[in-house]
Design a protein around this ligand. Structure first.
Ligand code: FRU
Length: 515
C-alpha cells in the first residue's frame, strides 16, 4: 500500500503556520481532512479514520486517512487506509468488528474489521452519478484494507445516499446489523438491516424533522442509560446538517427516543411541531432553530459520530473542527482542518427531559495555576498562552452585579481578542470572534455565536479548552457546548478575565497548561 507518507515529498518553500498547529487536537501532517470515519477501538488501539485528500490541502481525492492512539489524546498518523481510484471516491462511513465473522472476510480466531463506506461513483464508472454503500475489510487489526470484490452492496439509484453508520443490535434471533444512512437531499435517515453485512433490507425511514434547511449527513444512533440507570435506556439519533445549523452552515442536531431494531420513534419532547427550513439569519423560522437540540452551539463541530466496540460502555464522539461555509479557506499551512477533542457523552435529565451532556477527554492536568476567589470589576490578566501549549481553564463564576463577565482570549496589541461573555439578564453565553486574529480569509468567517445557559444556584461553571486555533467551551458540566475556530496572529498570547457593570466573583479559576 502506498501513500504520501511513503513518498519522498519535495520540501515546500511556502512559509507554514506552526503557531496554529494544535497541541491537543489531531491534524494531518500536510494534507486536508474532513469528517471522522470508522471510529473503532480494537485490541488496545483507538482508530481514527477520516475523510482525507492524500494529495493536497483542499477537499478532493476523497480517501480514508488514518491515525491511531492508545489514550485518545496523542494520535499517530498512519498511511492512507482506503484510497480513491478511477471509479470512486471513498466518502464517509463506519467500521465494525465482526466478532462472529458473519461477513466471511476473516475467521472466528481472527475476526475481520469491516468498513462500510459510501462509494461516490465518478463519471465513466458503472454506477456513474450515484452514491452507494460498499465494504472493505482488514485482517491485520485495521492497518491495511481490501475492497470487497462484490461492491457496491447497497444501491438505491440515488445521487445522495451516503454516510452509513453500522452497529449490532441484539434481536430475538441473535445479533443483527443495523445501518443508519441518509438520503441527504430529502432530509431522511434510512435504516437497513443485515445478517452478514453484505445483504441489506430496508427497515424504516425517519425525517424530515426539526432542523431541515440543508442536507442531512453523517447520522449516528446509539443507546445510553438515562442518569446512569441501566433500566432506563434511551436511544440518541444524531443528524448532522449542512447548511441550516443553529450558528449558520454546518452543525449537529440530535433526537432522543426509542429504537426497536427497525424503527426510531422520537420522544414528543424531542420534536418540534414541524420541520424548520431556515438556513440562517433572523426571523421566526431561524428562532425556531434554537428550539432544536444541538450537539454544539458554535460553528465548528460537524459530522460528529461515535466510536464502535468501546468495551466499557462509554460513548465517545469526535467531530470535524470546521464548517463547510469556509473550510477550504482556513489560513493554515501545510495542513488544513483538524478534529475536535474526543467527547464522552451521556444522557442526563435536564429540565425534565433526557439531554446529551458532553465532557472532553483530556490528558492529566499537571501544571495548574489557581487564581480562585477573586471579586472582579474590570479586567485582570491570566497566565499567557505559551507557544506549543494548550490551556484548560476551569471557572466557577457568580455574575453577581455584573452585566457581562467572562474571558478575553488571544488579545493582540490593538485590543482585539476572542471574547467569551456571559450575560446573566439574558441567560446567554456568547463567543465573539469578529475581532480575533485572522478573519479576512473568508467573508463568512467572522461571527458571534450564542447559546442559552441558565445559572445553577447562581453559578456559571465553564471548562474552556484553548488550543492554538480553536476554543471549545463546556458550560454547566457539558450541558451546553460551544466550539469555534479562532486564528490568532503570531505573538497573540495574552488573555484576561473581565466583569462589566458591577463585580463578579470568580469563585474558582484554574488555568492548566497542557502540551
Ligand atoms: C459531510 C460530507 C459527507 C460525505 C463527505 C464527503 O461533511 O459531505 O456527507 O460523505 O463529507 O467528503
Amino acid at each position: 500500500m502506498s501513500s504520501y507518507l511513503d513518498d519522498a515529498r519535495p520540501e515546500t518553500d511556502q512559509a507554514g503556520t506552526p503557531h496554529l498547529r494544535p497541541a491537543l487536537h489531531y491534524t494531518a501532517r500536510d494534507t486536508w481532512l474532513n469528517d471522522p470515519n470508522g471510529l473503532v477501538f480494537y485490541r488496545g488501539t483507538y482508530h481514527l479514520y477520516y475523510q482525507n485528500n492524500p494529495h493536497g490541502n483542499v477537499w478532493g481525492n476523497m480517501s480514508w486517512g488514518h491515525a491511531t492512539s492508545t489514550d485518545l489524546v496523542q494520535w499517530t498518523e498512519q498511511p492512507v487506509a482506503i484510497a480513491c481510484d478511477d471509479a470512486e471516491d471513498i466518502y464517509s462511513g463506519s467500521i465494525v468488528v465482526d466478532h462472529a465473522n458473519c461477513s466471511g472476510f476473516g475467521s472466528a480466531e481472527n475476526p475481520p474489521l469491516v468498513a462500510i463506506y459510501t462509494s461516490a461513483f465518478k463519471s465513466g464508472a458503472d454506477y456513474e452519478g450515484t452514491q452507494a454503500q460498499s465494504l472493505a475489510y482488514s485482517n491485520d487489526a485495521g492497518m491495511t484494507w481490501t475492497k470487497f470484490a462484490g461492491n457496491p452492496v447497497l444501491t438505491r439509484g440515488s445521487a445522495n445516499f451516503r454516510d452509513p453508520k453500522v452497529f449490532s443490535y441484539p434481536g430475538p434471533d441473535g445479533l443483527c446489523w443495523v445501518m443508519a444512512a441518509v438520503e441527504a437531499g430529502e432530509q431522511k435517515v434510512v435504516f437497513y438491516r443485515s445478517a452478514n453485512l453484505r445483504d441489506w433490507e430496508l427497515a424504516s425511514e425517519f425525517g424530515p424533522a426539526n432542523a431541515a434547511g440543508g442536507e442531512w449527513e453523517c447520522p449516528d444512533l446509539f443507546p445510553l442509560p438515562v442518569d446512569g440507570d441501566p433500566d432506563r435506556t434511551k436511544w440518541v439519533l444524531v443528524v448532522n446538517i449542512n447548511p441550516g445549523a443553529v450558528a449558520g452552515g454546518s452543525g449537529g442536531q440530535y433526537f432522543v427516543g426509542d429504537f426497536d431494531g427497525f424503527t426510531f420513534t422520537p420522544d414528543p419532547s424531542s420534536l418540534l411541531d414541524s420541520p424548520v427550513y431556515a438556513t440562517s439569519g433572523a426571523g421566526a423560522e431561524a428562532g425556531r432553530l434554537r428550539e432544536c437540540r444541538w450537539l454544539d452551539w458554535g460553528r465548528d463541530y460537524y459530522a460528529a459520530v461515535s466510536f464502535s466496540n468501546i468495551p466499557d460502555g462509554r460513548r465517545l464522539m469526535i467531530g470535524w473542527l470546521s464548517n463547510w461555509d469556509y473550510a477550504n479557506s482556513l489560513p493554515t499551512f501545510p495542513w488544513r482542518s483538524g478534529m475536535s477533542l474526543v467527547r464522552e457523552v451521556s444522557l442526563e435529565t435536564v429540565d425534565g427531559r433526557p439531554a446529551l451532556v458532553q465532557a472532553p477527554v483530556l490528558p492529566p492536568l499537571e501544571s495548574v495555576q489557581r487564581l480562585d476567589g477573586r471579586e472582579l470589576h474590570g479586567v485582570q490578566p491570566l497566565p499567557e498562552i505559551l507557544p506549543g501549549e494548550a490551556q484548560v481553564i476551569d471557572a466557577e463564576i457568580l455574575p453577581g452585579a455584573a452585566d457581562r463577565c467572562g474571558f478575553r482570549l488571544w488579545e493582540d496589541s490593538d485590543g482585539g481578542a476572542a471574547v467569551l461573555a456571559y450575560e446573566p439578564a439574558a441567560g446567554v453565553l456568547t463567543l465573539d470572534r469578529t475581532d480575533a486574529g485572522e478573519t479576512a480569509f473568508h467573508q463568512a468567517f467572522a461571527s458571534v455565536e450564542s447559546a442559552p445557559v441558565a445559572l445553577e444556584d447562581g453559578v456559571l461553571t465553564l471548562r474552556i479548552v484553548v488550543d492554538h486555533c480553536s476554543v471549545e467551551v463546556f458550560a454547566q458540566g457539558g450541558k451546553v457546548v460551544l466550539t469555534d475556530l479562532i486564528f490568532p496572529r503570531v505573538g497573540n498570547k495574552g488573555s484576561s478575565v473581565f466583569a462589566e457593570g458591577g463585580a463578579a466573583i470568580f469563585r474558582k479559576l484554574a488555568v492548566a497548561a497542557v502540551g
